[in-house]
Design a protein around this ligand. Structure first.
Ligand code: ADP
Ligand code: MG
Length: 233
């Protein structure tokens, strides 16, 4: 991202954000509610349009590309699975849109159900799944078209503590196994610190520090960060 800006009326939501993310990295945007995390993710995936700036993936400018043509996929907190489709149909949907062959879609689906360790649920409907299972299916669906990066907007926010911790480990393991670039968003500093290779701390629409979790703890760049990261939520 180069010099991204976005305002709603007089409110500057994204204030000149530039960020280069290397392939295969688990990076977290961490910051308090309202600091612009979701707006930044939505700009990358094509659900919000920046007022200025550029977004490039592998050197290709996608700033104005239609959402469905972007090589990035998003996972939301509320899963947003299609209720009238089976798990297999949900996972295959994106591949079908890309014109992938039926047999290839079936193979991909089997592979992804193995990855999320739910090999036996292909024919179930979302309402027959637990919260954790739905979240893993949403993840598989987003991974199905093999995006360059997966964007996750507080995906664990709705889960209770125990499940949330299980899912943190699960997500991390999936990221490692796939080698996929994950751009994760949370307001929970513990979650950011335990899961990420890199953390970008956001405050009022700006990235105040981009660093390893260790360095953010040891050498917070601003008072805000020292406060925010030092606090136990
Ligand atoms: P975060 O995800 O960090 O909580 P958001 O990106 O959702 O922050 O929101 C940042 C700011 O932009 C907030 O003040 C929010 O109220 C405002 N905002 C977000 N989307 C809109 C919108 N569509 N219209 C007006 N204001 C918005
Ligand atoms: Mg948000």
């Amino acid at each position: 991202m180069k010099n991204i800006r976005k305002a709603y009326g007089a409110l500057r939501v994204i204030d000149d954000v530039s960020l280069k993310i290397e392939r295969g990295v688990f990076i977290t945007l961490l910051g308090p509610s309202g600091c612009g995390k979701s707006t930044l993710l939505r700009s990358i995936v094509g659900l919000a349009e920046p007022d200025s700036g550029e977004i490039l993936v592998d050197g290709k400018d996608i700033t104005r590309a239609a959402a469905h043509n972007r090589p990035v996929k998003m996972v939301f907190q509320d899963y947003a699975l299609f209720p009238h489709m089976t798990v297999a149909q949900n996972i295959g949907f994106g591949c079908e849109m890309q014109g992938m062959e039926k047999s290839a879609i079936a193979r991909r689906c089997t592979e992804l159900l193995e990855l999320i360790r739910l090999p036996d649920i292909a024919n179930r409907y979302p309402d027959a799944l637990s919260g954790g299972q739905r979240q893993r299916v949403a993840l598989a669906r987003a991974l199905a078209p093999d995006p360059a990066a997966l964007l996750l907007d507080e995906p664990l926010g709705a889960l209770d503590l125990k499940l949330r911790q299980d899912m943190q480990r699960e997500l991390k393991a999936i990221q490692r196994r796939t080698g996929k670039t994950f751009v994760f968003v949370t307001h929970d500093q513990q979650e950011a610190m335990s899961m990420s290779d890199l953390v970008a701390v956001m405050n009022k629409g700006r990235i105040e520090q981009l660093d390893s979790p260790q360095n953010i703890y040891a050498n917070p760049a601003t008072l805000f960060i020292a406060d925010f990261v030092g606090a136990t939520n």
